[in-house]
Design a protein around this ligand. Structure first.
Ligand SMILES: NC(=O)c1ccc[n+]([C@@H]2O[C@H](COP(=O)([O-])OP(=O)(O)OC[C@H]3O[C@@H](n4cnc5c(N)ncnc54)[C@H](O)[C@@H]3O)[C@@H](O)[C@H]2O)c1
Length: 259
């Protein structure tokens, strides 16, 4: 299928690699224009150039942008609005995890850093993008949480707390937009382990094959996921196929949360 996002103008954070890059390529394949931002501006430029080489010069744009910085949010959104001729979709994807240790090991600075990158980003992105989405309705906000926002473990207090915050903040944004009478939806995606550089610390610890097998054994379907499998979920939530879906959480987790 193609053309499911024809006419859409999508802003994706953290798009220099991993899920953000896969989603940027996926939405362009479905006919959207896309703006990729990342604290790694050169990486974002590279992905945008690849997309524009495939789909035409005015398909993809890139900006250096730290999602914890409010002024940079305002500038990047205004730049994307100018470049794409509007913004109809926002994907709050940029995020970090860390080898945190348990609640007694994680420092307050470490906790605040996780909350800042993973949660301030979603707050600022929604706060400053709604005015653009309102002008380009129907609009859609997709927030990349994690299965770790719904299911806790004993080693990631900051990641668990930050991704749980993204889950409920998504619902708050959904209700705010609905109450305002806007045709702007907000939903969260909850991936389990997906094959991106975010898993590198675990790969470095156990070796690539053993690390992926170890993680895969925790998933009922027996494997880690592919970035394209998260991109497919984002495409659905960004498209008009999900026109009546808001405040929902879409788990893309090979069944892990069903246990
Ligand atoms: N891969 C997984 O297993 C997995 C599972 C669940 C959720 N997630 C979530 O998916 C999202 C993407 O993860 P990924 O696996 O692609 O990770 P990744 O580390 O491969 O990519 C993250 C991107 O975000 C960018 N980034 C980091 N801090 C930033 C900041 N302050 N401002 C702007 N950009 C910043 C990085 O430069 C990088 O390009 C994250 O929110 C992550 O928590 C990933």
């Amino acid at each position: 299928m193609s053309g499911r996002l024809e006419g859409k103008k999508i802003f994706i954070t953290g798009g220099a690699q991993g899920l953000g890059a896969a989603m940027a390529k996926g939405v362009a394949d479905e006919g959207a224009k896309v703006t990729i931002t990342d604290v790694n501006g050169a990486g974002a430029e590279k992905i945008a150039a690849e997309i524009s080489a495939k789909h035409g010069a005015s398909t993809a744009f890139a900006f250096a942008h730290d999602v914890t910085n409010e002024d940079q949010w305002i500038a990047a959104l205004e730049g994307a609005n100018g470049a794409m001729g509007g913004i109809s979709g926002l994907v709050n994807n940029a995020g970090i995890s860390s080898r945190e240790g348990g609640i007694e090991e994680l420092s307050l600075d470490g906790f605040r850093r996780l909350m800042s990158v993973n949660v301030d980003s979603v707050f600022l992105g929604a706060k400053h993008s709604i005015k653009y989405l309102a002008k380009n309705q129907p609009g859609s906000i997709v927030n990349i949480s994690s299965i770790a926002g719904l299911i806790a473990n004993h080693t990631s207090p900051g990641y668990n707390a930050s991704k749980a915050a993204v889950w409920l903040l998504s619902k708050n944004i959904a209700l705010y937009c609905a109450k305002k009478g806007l045709d702007v939806r907000s939903n969260s995606i909850h991936p389990t382990f997906i094959d991106t550089p975010i898993l590198d610390p675990i790969r470095n610890m156990f070796g690539k094959d053993e690390a992926e097998a170890k993680l895969g054994r925790q998933v009922p379907m027996g494997r880690i996921g592919k970035p394209e499998e998260i991109a497919a979920a984002a495409i659905y939530l960004l498209s008009d196929e999900s026109r009546f879906v808001t405040g929902a959480e879409l788990k893309v987790d090979g069944g892990i949360s069903a246990m």
